[in-house]
Design a binder for this molecule. Structure first.
Ligand SMILES: C[S@@+](CC[C@H](N)C(=O)[O-])C[C@H]1O[C@@H](n2cnc3c(N)ncnc32)[C@H](O)[C@@H]1O
Length: 196
């Protein structure tokens, strides 16, 4: 029987051992703020040669991902119910992640809430630590102002290099993207790479 997709932490200070978690040495990608997991599950199915860790804090969403990963027998998906900033800073092994996907993170549109946005220089520095040399951050948002401040955060962090967008034409749509596309909203994307 396939192992459960849920990551149960036995020690909140112990960094993951990816081969132990996934049972293989395949490249690891992250979906940070995975929502209902529409992207994570379809992407993992599309890319059986990678391992995907979905990180999401809402229990109901995590349960949906667990159920569907089990039902679809996706052995390369794991889901962690935890705060993504903590996860990146304290639980992921340095130099170990191939691609971090951040898609439609909460935009916190009110000025007084901007400090709550995930994309801050400190977070970008933490993320750069866990990326492999040549590893990527792929960022997508529907929110123009968040897109501007996210780009500025990466510039200020000064640890990743901007590269042209990835070829996203075959990427599965996230749950939020399907909604936003139906509303005709614009989507902004950026890709940054850690130096080799
Ligand atoms: C706007 S939704 C986007 C979900 C998904 N990426 C999509 O595009 O359909 C943002 C998600 O990030 C999760 N989230 C927000 N803050 C988080 C945090 N600090 N740690 C983990 N997940 C978080 C929310 O619960 C929500 O499911």
């Amino acid at each position: 029987m396939d192992p459960s997709p849920s990551v149960i932490l036995s020690d909140i200070c112990q960094r993951f051992d990816w081969p132990a978690l996934f049972g293989n040495q395949n490249p690891v990608e992250l979906d940070l703020g995975a929502g209902d997991g529409g992207f994570a599950l379809a992407y993992a199915k599309q890319h059986p040669q990678i391992n995907l860790l979905a990180v999401e804090r809402l229990l109901g969403r995590v349960r949906k991902i667990e159920k569907r990963a089990t039902r679809f027998k996706l052995g390369n998906v794991r889901v962690l119910r935890l705060e993504f900033g903590y996860t990146v800073r304290y639980l992921l092994p340095p130099g170990s992640v191939s691609i971090a996907h951040i898609m439609f993170p909460d935009p916190w549109p009110k000025r007084r809430h901007w400090p709550r946005r995930l994309m801050q220089p400190e977070f970008v520095r933490d993320l750069a630590v866990v990326l492999k040399p040549g590893g990527e951050l792929r960022f997508t948002t529907d929110h123009a102002h968040y897109f501007e401040t996210a780009q500025q955060a990466v510039t200020d962090a000064a640890v990743l290099r901007r590269e042209p967008e990835w070829d996203w034409s075959n990427d599965p749509k996230t749950d939020f993207q399907q909604t936003f596309d139906a509303e005709g909203r614009a989507t902004y994307r950026a890709r940054w790479v850690k130096a080799v």
